[in-house]
Design a binder for this molecule. Structure first.
Ligand code: ADQ
Length: 474
């Protein structure tokens, strides 16, 4: 172990606890990019990790910190915050995911949603209450000299709340998603200043790209009247560092995962699905901002305009279930499934299924598919970073191409090697998929080599070290 002890706070913990079929309590890895990123970053460090309980078994552990061996050299002490399921629903599904997530990913069309009435005010109250629960534990558990690391949009108010209790603590907040520009933050009215001031309780506020950091600083300036420089925001006498800390891939972790026998087994199945055809892959959560529907539309349009490609390509869409309680997500997921079915009905033949869409939590399958794709489609509407765009090239074994949205944070570093698309433009996306599938071997090899070089990026451990260095100087 080395360095100052860390106290991480994030909505989802590194693992959750469930009972398996035989009634034994087992650990299950948390799904999603934040857990991948922060989990990889704590290697070799001492950490306490505060999270919201998701299951009955998690709730049974409230008040009893549970040691979890995340790596050979890292055991984290997981504390579940005392949050009642109805409060959690209001804070997580409603305020965090239907308001903040939509705001920062530009998912509203503004003519109808959003609508802020009494109900939404109650959701904000729940959000504040849950943030208080996190802040209480953080302020209590952080030993003198510890560094507090509140993560992401679920916990915007935590830095300010901790600052009010423990002015001695050094704090780096990291924001994993995009940050909206000033003309958008006004949509959420008075919540805007409250959330910005909450975040400014930290010493360092980090984002994946300069773009999101600049948007945040511009919001602080326009909403709070804060003074800004290229990498600071000064408000109410405190100066906070605001900067980009782009994260890369936990190569050690993902290589070890990919070497597991389950991955080899899954690979046989993926090879069977692809056969001798080109494999167009997407890997995402069932998530509106990932732009799954426009991806399917672009693929369908390609099959329509290029009959010669029919039967020569298979599209594998691997989706991990996410936010199934939110009505917009249920509707969106249904629309994606319907679109895949329509493509199969229109173009499929007895010997060829154009799209295989699977909704399940199967990480081994994801890793096996990374190895085998010819083209990886990552076309989010907006995305903080997007780790899939980085992990794919790291594990791919076929000089696979990457079709990447200009609005993914990953485009800032991978843009030269990937084929960049406007995610709203299905024609642009269709043409990029076609180009990627048909690229000359020499250009493909050159771009793939460049992708392999750029994709790893800053290792999570170093990503965290940079924030810790900056917070230590603050
Ligand atoms: P996400 O929106 O979740 O992350 P992304 O960055 O693509 O998106 O990360 C998904 C992660 O989940 C990848 O690391 C992938 O390997 C992993 N994964 C895929 N299938 C899985 C499964 N079945 N089980 C477990 N893990 C699985 C958010 C932001 C992103 C930002 C990350 C990290 O929205 O923009 O890149 O946090 O900061």
């Amino acid at each position: 172990m080395n360095g100052s002890p860390l106290v991480i706070a994030s909505n989802r913990g590194p693992v959750g606890f469930v009972r398996d079929e035989s009634g034994d309590v087992v650990e299950r890895r948390g799904v999603g990019g934040l857990v991948t990123a922060v989990g990889g970053a704590v290697r070799g460090r001492e950490a306490t990790w505060i999270a919201a309980p998701m299951t009955d078994e998690d709730r049974a552990r409230i008040g009893t910190p549970t040691p979890v061996a995340l790596h050979d050299d890292c055991t984290v002490n997981v504390h579940f915050a005392d949050i009642a399921p109805d409060k959690y629903d209001s804070y997580y599904n409603e305020f965090s995911n239907r308001i903040l997530w939509f705001l920062h990913h530009h998912l509203w069309n503004l003519a109808r949603p959003p609508e802020f009435g009494d109900e939404q005010r109650a959701h904000f109250d729940a959000y504040r209450e849950v943030n208080e629960r996190f802040a209480e534990i953080l302020a209590r558990e952080a030993t003198p000299g510890a560094i507090a690391l509140p993560q992401d949009y679920h916990l915007s108010l935590v830095p300010g709340m901790v600052r009010a209790r423990r002015d001695d603590l050094r704090m780096a907040m990291f924001w994993h998603i995009p940050f909206c520009p000033p003309d958008q933050i006004g949509v959420i009215g008075d919540w805007g200043p409250a959330l910005l001031e909450g975040m400014l309780g930290a010493d360092v506020v980090g984002f994946h790209t300069e773009w999101w950091a600049a948007n945040f600083a511009a919001c602080c300036n326009s909403v709070l009247g804060a003074k800004t420089t290229e990498d600071t925001v000064t408000h109410l006498g405190r100066t906070v560092r605001v900067a980009a800390y782009p994260i890369g891939v936990d190569i050690e972790g993902i290589t070890a995962e990919a070497a597991r026998p389950e991955v080899a087994r899954a690979r046989e199945d993926i090879d069977r699905i692809a056969g001798d055809r080109k494999l167009l892959l997407r890997v995402d959560r069932t998530e509106l901002s990932k732009n799954i529907l426009r991806g399917l539309m672009s693929y369908g349009a390609m099959l329509s305009r290029r009959p010669d490609l029919r039967g020569r390509v298979t599209h594998l869409v691997l989706l991990t279930p996410s936010r199934g309680d939110v009505p917009e997500y249920q509707e969106y997921t249904r629309a994606c499934v319907a679109r895949a079915d329509a493509i199969n009905a229109r173009f499929g033949t007895p010997g060829w299924k154009p799209v295989t869409l699977e909704i399940e939590d199967d990480f081994a399958r994801t890793l096996a598919a990374y190895q085998r794709y010819d083209v990886l489609l990552v076309n989010p509407v907006y995305d903080g970073m997007n780790l899939v765009a980085r992990e794919g090239p790291v594990l791919n074994q076929r000089d696979g191409m990457l079709v990447l949205s200009a609005n993914a944070g990953a485009a800032a570093e991978l843009g030269e090697a990937a084929l960049i698309v406007n995610p709203f433009d299905t024609r642009d996306t269709t043409m990029a998929i076609e180009r990627a599938l048909e690229m000359e071997p020499s250009e493909r090899a050159k771009r793939a080599a460049e992708l392999r070089k750029l994709a790893p990026g800053t290792p999570p451990r170093e990503w965290l070290d940079r924030q810790i260095e900056d917070v230590s100087r603050a």
